[in-house]
Structures are given as structure tokens and as C-alpha cells.
Design a protein around this ligand. Structure first.
Ligand SMILES: Cc1cc2nc3c(=O)[nH]c(=O)nc-3n(C[C@H](O)[C@H](O)[C@H](O)COP(=O)(O)O)c2cc1C
Length: 398
């Protein structure tokens, strides 16, 4: 259990899908990214990345200008479940799209809410950048429990405030990437991890980390067990398979979920080696290689970090999401990659053992919740930006 800085674990201070696989067929090897935007071949899914270029363009309404950044938030399985309604001249009502939840891997909608926390934090930062305070009222009609419903996640009011403090992390928003590649065999030093910690504000959840071999080995083992459970559990595996977009045409037509694209993906798709049907078969070559590559990613971890909260209210989840994206932006600034490994945190029954183990490891006591678990490390080159739906597709009428 982590406790001291000596063993490479920072104490808590007040104030973690997609997969890649090496598929080998007939001697040919190809790197396949099971995950949005994680591909070395740059296969021309530029249309699916257009929202990254559009952020920063003036859309004629400061709320839309800020929302163009908010939709770039990290979010589970890249579901982009945002339902956004502009109300009057200055308000936004934000709801969760019930068709974009993850009932198998996120049965309590906790991760979806964490993703909304990331979204709201980017919205706040982008508003400030333009001289507006975004006053965020979370769950104005009460916290939806045990599952999300049609009540708003947040009500946001924009108020002009030319002197509002700009957030130094905002400049990193367009460079942030979820990186699923195996990391280099290069340590992540304590001072870097402490710098990440200082990016969180009071209330953002507590960030702790481990970079010593013993603790890293313990967390790796938990992550590996969690991954194997998720990838062999029928319902959970099928949720991912059904959200997998294979090849450029699918990725551009449906720029969300788990995006597989690249020259070799197209070839494997054409010969029928890589299809959703093949992926669905537990034990098929495609499934085996998918499992193996994510395992390699986990094995390459040299440091882990996690955000936990004292309790697990919907508000805690939103706060942890704000901390999550701040952490990710700070990691981007520090030149290190951050990869959430959420499997062991998932609340479906088959996951109960790794779930209990990671909570015991973190040692926050009853009621506390690990909201995010990440591996940190270095890579030679960051992946390209992940696909996004254009902002206008997320807008709804009252
Ligand atoms: C709550 C949450 C859980 C996530 N869990 C995982 C995960 O277990 N594995 C993974 O590869 N990515 C995970 N992600 C990252 C998303 O897949 C990623 O944000 C999304 O695909 C968009 O890509 P981007 O972050 O590069 O913009 C998670 C993100 C959030 C917010």
C-alpha cells in the first residue's frame, strides 16, 4: 500500500478504451490501434479530426466558442455523450445523451460523469480565455442516482468578466492526446509527478502516484487482471466491439468510439481478418492480439497515478473529471504521456476483485472512490488527435 514519498509514492494532498494490437498474418506485422486516433500511419481521417482545427474559430457566440473546446475533452470510449442546449442569451444546459452511455463497462454512469467533469473544466477555461466567467451549477435539479436521467448535468451561465484569470493550462488543450502506445523504458521522475500534482486545485480530487518498482508492479498486476476480465467478459467485450469503427470510411462516418484506421487496417478489413465479427469471437486471432497489445502497454508502465475522492457523489465525479483533464494538460506540458487504465475501476460484478484491490492499495478508507487510474511515461512521438463529432451535432433544442 502506498504511504511514503521514500518508496516513490506521493502522499495525498488536499486540494484513470481502446486498445492497440500487433496483428501478425503470414509474416506481415501491422500495428493496429484499438483506440481513437492511436495510429502511426496517418491514414487520412482528417475529416474526423476537423473539430480540433475548428476550435479557435469565432462562431459568433462566446458560448459556442468555448463549447468548441469543451467537446475536445477526454471521455470514456470517446462516446461524446454531450447534449447541449443554448438558452437565452447567456445560458447553457448540458445533459447526457442516454443513447451514448456505456451500460456494460460503466454500469453506474460514473465514468460518463467524470467525462462531463473534463468537458466542463475545458468549457470554463475556454470561456475565461475570452473574458467570460462560466458559472457552473452542477446538477441543478438534483443528482441523478443510481443512474443518470434526463435531468441536467449542469447549468452554465456566461458572464462578461474581462479581468477573469486565464488558466495557464488552456494553451495545451489542442495538444492533449490519450496515448495507448507502449512507453519507452525511461523513468518518470518524482519532480515531474509532483508538478502534475500541483496542477490540481482544491476540490479536484486527490492525486497520488507511484514510480518505484514495488508499487508499480502491484498496480500493473491489478491493471492486467482488470484488463483480462474486461476483454473476456462477454457483455463488456461486446460493448467495445460494437463501438469499434474499422477503416477510414467508418471512422469518418462515425467519429467516435474505438477508431481503427490505417493502411494495414484497410487491408485486414478487406480480407475479412479484421471485422467486428472476428473481434467478437473470444480467442480469435484478432481478439488474442488485441488482448496482448493492451497487456504490453500496461507492462511498459514506469509510473502510475490515480485521482480519488473521499466520497462518490455525482459532484465528486465531476470534480474528479476537472482534476483529470488538468492532470492531462499538465502532463502534456511536461512532455509525458498519460493513459487511463479504467478496467479495474469498473463496477460490474466480474470486476469486484481488482476493484477491491486497487481501492485497498490506494488505502483511502470506506466510501472513498478511485475515479481515475493512469500510467505515465515517455514516447518518441505523440499520437494524432482523436476523432470528434462536430459541435453542431451535439446541439439540441429546448
Ligand atoms: C472516465 C474516462 C475513462 C477512460 N478510460 C480509458 C481506458 O480505460 N483506456 C483507454 O485507452 N482510454 C480511456 N479513456 C480515454 C478515452 O478513450 C479518450 O479520452 C477518448 O478516446 C478521446 O481521445 P482523446 O483523449 O485523445 O481526445 C478514458 C477517458 C475517460 C474520461
Amino acid at each position: 500500500m502506498p504511504s511514503t514519498q521514500q518508496n516513490g509514492v506521493a502522499p495525498a494532498q488536499p486540494r484513470a478504451c481502446s486498445r492497440r494490437a500487433i496483428l501478425k498474418t503470414g509474416g506481415a506485422a501491422a500495428l493496429i490501434s484499438f483506440g481513437a486516433g492511436c495510429d502511426i500511419f496517418r491514414p487520412g481521417v482528417d475529416a474526423a479530426r476537423a473539430p480540433w482545427d475548428q476550435a479557435g474559430e469565432s462562431l459568433g457566440d462566446p458560448r459556442l466558442d468555448a463549447l468548441a473546446y469543451a467537446i475536445l475533452a477526454p471521455n470514456p470510449h470517446n462516446r461524446q455523450p454531450w447534449r447541449i442546449e443554448l438558452r437565452g442569451e447567456s445560458d447553457i444546459v448540458i445533459r447526457a445523451d442516454p443513447d451514448r452511455l456505456l451500460p456494460a463497462t460503466d454500469p453506474l454512469n460514473r465514468q460518463i460523469v467524470v467525462g462531463f467533469g473534463c468537458f466542463l473544466e475545458l468549457l470554463r477555461q475556454a470561456a475565461a480565455e475570452k473574458g467570460f466567467i462560466a458559472e457552473i451549477v452542477p446538477f441543478p435539479d438534483g443528482e441523478p442516482q443510481p443512474l443518470l436521467d434526463d435531468r441536467p448535468i449542469a447549468h452554465v451561465r456566461f458572464a462578461k468578466a474581462p479581468d477573469v484569470e486565464r488558466d495557464p493550462l488552456f494553451g495545451l488543450v489542442l495538444n492533449r492526446r490519450t496515448n495507448r502506445a507502449p512507453f519507452l523504458d525511461r523513468p518518470v521522475d518524482a519532480d515531474v509527478l509532483n508538478r502534475l500534482d500541483s496542477a490540481l486545485r482544491p476540490g479536484d480530487g486527490d492525486f497520488e502516484w507511484a514510480n518505484d518498482p514495488a508499487n508499480v508492479a502491484t498496480v500493473k498486476d491489478i491493471c492486467l487482471r482488470g484488463w483480462r476480465i474486461e476483454s473476456f467478459a462477454h457483455k463488456q467485450h461486446m460493448e467495445s466491439v460494437n463501438l469499434t469503427r474499422i477503416g477510414r470510411r467508418e471512422v469518418e462516418a462515425t467519429p467516435d468510439g474505438i477508431a481503427l484506421y490505417g493502411r494495414d487496417i484497410e487491408a485486414f478489413r478487406l480480407v475479412g481478418f479484421l471485422t467486428r465479427e472476428e473481434m467478437a469471437k473470444i480467442g480469435s486471432r484478432a481478439h488474442q492480439e488485441m488482448v496482448a497489445f493492451y497487456e504490453r502497454a500496461i507492462q511498459s508502465a514506469v509510473a502510475f497515478g490515480w485521482i480519488s475522492t473521499e466520497s462518490n457523489t455525482r459532484k465528486d465525479q465531476l470534480n474528479a473529471g476537472a482534476g483529470w483533464v488538468r492532470l492531462h494538460l499538465a502532463a502534456t506540458a511536461a512532455g509525458i504521456s498519460m493513459h487511463p487504465l479504467s478496467q479495474a475501476l469498473q463496477e460490474f460484478p466480474e470486476m469486484s476483485e481488482p476493484y477491491a484491490d486497487i481501492h485497498e492499495f490506494v488505502g483511502r478508507g470506506p466510501g472513498a472512490c478511485v475515479q481515475g487510474l493512469y500510467r505515465f511515461g515517455y514516447v518518441d512521438a505523440p499520437p494524432p488527435a482523436a476523432p470528434r463529432w462536430p459541435l453542431q451535432t451535439r446541439m439540441t433544442e429546448a
